[in-house]
Ligand binder design. Sequence first.
Ligand code: AMP
Ligand code: MG
Length: 436
Amino acid sequence: MRQTGAMRTIEDHRRAVLALLAPIAQTLGTETLPLSADRVAADPALYAHRVLAVDLIAPSSLPSFDNSQMDGYAVCAADLAEATPGQPVRLPVAERVAAGDPFRAHRPGTATPVMTGAPIPSGADAVVQIERADPPVFPSDAVRDATVAFTAPVVAGTFVRATGSDVARGDVLLEAGTPLGAAHYGVIAGTGLTEVPVRRRPRVLLVSTGHEIRDAGTELEPGQIFDSNSLALSVALQQIGCTVTARPCRSDEADDLLAVLADGAPDADLVVTVGGVSAGAREVVRDALGPLGVEFLKVALQPGGPQGLGRIVIGAGEHPLPVVCLPGNPVSALVSFEAFVRPALLAVLLAGVDSAPEPALREVRRAPVAHGFDSPPAHHQLRRGILRPDGTLELVGGPSSHLLHSYAASTVLVHVPVGVTDVAAGDELDFWRIDG
Ligand code: AMP
Ligand code: MG
């Protein structure tokens, strides 16, 4: 077992975790999702938190034909060049074109009623909104020889949604590594594609440890507690697009943990262990994985100082499996996830085709704190808090790492850098929003 004396900076450890996990990007490969609202309804989870696997080429333009942006009259702009309120230009009304109607020809010197989305009849080059026409309503079908007057000129192109003005056929529609949200699925479907290649989800074997932890729904013996970490980290990992298999090790025996790992390792791209890494008498993760070469160290982060990482060959697996070891206090585990695991795994998932992954951090914002507080000089603190409506940061709960309810009540993690000991009301600090 290697034990480093000096504390590693939070940035250095983040880079080390990313270096450990980066090779996963090469092994993910792609899955193909059918693009159908029925399939989304049948299996919504399949479409959640997915990332595009390839640079997607647009098979068609959007819009794929010039069409009207308004209900109005398609005209030749030149016909209205002289129109004024005093001397309106009056034109005969041609046959109406609705969305979905075939392409038509426009006769100069007429006004063609066009509905939103209708193909602009060839020859027309502008649309005048119906509200700007006189009368400002379309003539009923019963009216023969209807005319319409215009009181102002129109610039060519007005309210014409030009072919390719959103997407041009043959262009890169979306780049590999794009997280797919509603608009992405929509635009891909809009170009006529029927399926989309996405990155396979990283498979995480999540092993919470401790002989005191039990599943919810069981009868606790004195001294036992319910397992918070398996749930919290399963959700956190799934929210960044991972598939999680949670296999708690309810024992502090190294052999028991090794058996759990050997069982789950063949189906995993990485292992995240929780608990058993600090300086207690029996630290099951250190005891089991230290002899296999996993490094345990202290990071200048609070909470979340004790950390471990390395590669192990275990079970039926032949290849070294990356292992990230987080501390077991529930707040430490989640803060460690935010500081190290999330940026590294997101980087792996969101990497472009040729680019080396960079830690994918939450957006750093800055705001004044509402109240003063102390901070230990040697550690970067990630305090839990809320952003108040007045734009100031208010801490929620104390610095202790068991205050999971306080974490749940928080919307931000507030950064208090190494070297800062006294924070006064009004001092500005960086923060991450964690509520999205
Ligand atoms: P450890 O890192 O294993 O020393 O655990 C630190 C603290 O976190 C102890 O109070 C543990 O009981 C608690 N803890 C560890 N694992 C869990 C878990 N899965 N759920 C809730 N609390 C835990
Ligand atoms: Mg423990």
